[in-house]
Design a protein. Structure first.
Length: 492
């Protein structure tokens, strides 16, 4: 299948541009990772899922992707949280890295190829700062080192802000407290304060400022010029602007070819954020719904747009996933282990993959890709339930072809990674718990129905079925025996 050209919205150009790998066939991507001072929330998870899906799709397209996502484990917020707890800051950060890893695994996020930490990149950070000082782009002052913003002509090229506006916004307080030459200058290195983690440096003991870490880690693992750099919208200024200034002033090269920024996840009209306190922890959301349902929910909106969170949206996403998995279960039951011979298929199964490909090539249009899935699953249901053609072998071959398209879609989007049976059973367990269904009673009723049918008492068998239906339990007789599901909370 010939693929369309991939085009990506570049924040720098404010336009979609073709993705042309620096090294043919390869993509280097750096995503700013979590600041590990507390549990990750579903706003962070949305951004990480967007980039996870983008990486999956690029790999699906045959590109060899090197995916780097860092941990910010040295930071003011970490130090503050550690002091409040009476814990060592590096240990607190290490603890929340482990928690993050557990949550990321539960959400089925890909493990990045490299997940560097600030605390393990100090020599490289110091080396860049030394280079910046040598080039006259930065200056040491009283154990701190600052980047001299006005000496770097490209400053604000990403955020399109104006220096004059920033000047009036810069706090005088900082001017008094810090040894900056200009309120616009930002810290590359901060002199050690008591109780803070610190490392030896040419400027005395201290620790890096926030932004320099990403300049050092991206250069270390992707080189000084790479393909894609991502993060949430809130990182455009100052974080990414400062990364560009530091990296480009040090290397003289363009830091990356394309800047990608994800929209916010909102809760009740405000950005979900730890500082506002309006957060839903990822692990709490995953206690409620399946990880793929959360992923599906994230994919319902384009990665650059804002997405509003509600429990209802999440529940609806899981109901939608149930429809998909139920369809796959039905199709598998119909085709597994069967040979339908070679020959024509009904319709054009590949069409759905082409639609998905076109949507994803166009700046990773997630909702467009989900639209292609809708068509695909609708077609699978048509062919299993109401086949428009009589030829059973033709229907079988068509279902096999559609199932194959679903497998490819799964690779491209990170959905349907589970076996349908397992997924549906877990969904049922959650519903049983939520609705307080007595599973023992259901099993007894199913046995009683079997006995009634064996005794040819079909009236009683039907009565039992109807009684269970009243409890939202629907019995299904399949070739593998009788099973049951909870009727959808939406359709009930
Ligand atoms: P932090 O741990 O705060 O540095 O954030 C990690 C990542 O999550 C960054 O890329 C942020 O831009 C992103 N992020 C934070 N809050 C939200 C939100 N409400 N919606 C989407 N992304 C977010
Ligand atoms: Zn960063």
């Amino acid at each position: 299948m010939a693929h369309p050209e991939i085009r990506v919205f570049n924040t720098m150009q404010q336009a979609k541009v073709p993705l042309t790998p620096i090294t043919p066939g390869k993509i280097g991507i750096y995503v700013c990772g979590p600041t590990v001072y507390s549990f990750v929330h579903i706003g962070n998870a949305r951004t990480f899922t967007s980039f996870d899906t983008i990486v999956r799709y690029l790999r699906f397209r045959g590109l060899e992707v090197r995916y780097v996502r860092n941990y910010t484990d040295v930071d003011d917020k970490i130090i503050k949280a550690a002091h409040e707890n009476g814990e060592d800051p590096i240990e607190l950060a290490a603890r929340f890295i482990r928690e993050f890893q557990a949550d990321a695994k539960a959400l089925h996020l890909l493990e990045p190829d490299v997940s560097p930490k600030v605390s393990e990149t100090i020599p490289e950070i110091i080396a860049i700062i030394e280079k910046l000082i040598a080039r006259g782009a930065a200056y040491a002052a009283g154990g701190d080192v600052y980047f001299e913003v006005r000496k770097y002509p490209g400053y604000l090229k990403l955020s399109k802000k104006h220096l004059d506006d920033l000047v009036s916004g810069a706090g005088e307080r900082e001017l008094v407290l810090e040894a900056k030459r200009d309120p616009l200058d930002f810290a590359l290195w901060k002199a050690a304060k008591p109780g803070e983690p610190s490392w030896d440096s040419p400027w005395g003991k201290g620790r890096p400022g926030w932004h320099i870490e990403c300049s050092a880690m991206s250069a270390k693992y992707l080189g000084e010029h790479f393909d894609l750099h991502g993060g949430g919208l809130d990182l455009i200024f100052p974080h990414h602007e400062n990364e560009i200034a530091q990296s480009e002033a040090a290397s003289g090269k363009t830091l990356c070819n394309c800047w990608m920024h994800g929209g916010f996840l909102d809760l009740e009209g405000a950005k979900m954020s730890k500082s506002l306190g309006n957060v839903v922890r990822l692990r709490d959301a995953l206690g409620q719904v399946d990880p793929e349902a959360l992923r599906y929910f994230f994919l319902t909106t384009h990665y650059r747009q804002a997405l509003s969170f509600s429990d209802k949206q999440l529940a609806d996403a899981e109901t939608r996933m149930e429809y998909f998995y139920e369809t796959l279960r039905k199709v598998d039951e119909r085709v597994t282990g069967k040979d339908f011979g070679k020959g024509a298929v009904h319709g054009e199964p590949e069409k759905f993959l082409r639609e998905l490909d076109e949507a994803m090539s166009d700046d990773f249009n997630f909702p467009g890709a989900l639209g292609a899935l809708s068509g695909l699953f609708n077609e699978m249901n048509q062919l299993t339930d109401k086949p428009p053609v009589k030829d059973k072998a033709l229907v079988g071959r068509s279902l096999v072809a559609l199932r194959d398209v679903a497998k490819k879609a799964s690779l491209a989007l990170g959905l349907f990674e589970d076996s349908p049976q397992d997924w549906l059973l877990r969904r049922r367990d959650r519903q049983v718990a939520r609705l307080g269904i007595d599973v023992k009673k259901v099993d007894e009723a199913i046995n009683a129905r079997h006995a009634a049918r064996a005794a040819k008492n079909f009236e009683e068998a039907d009565r039992i079925r109807a009684e269970l239906k009243g409890l939202r339990v629907e019995i299904m007789d399949t070739p593998a025996g009788t099973t049951w599901k909870v009727t959808s909370e939406l359709s009930a």
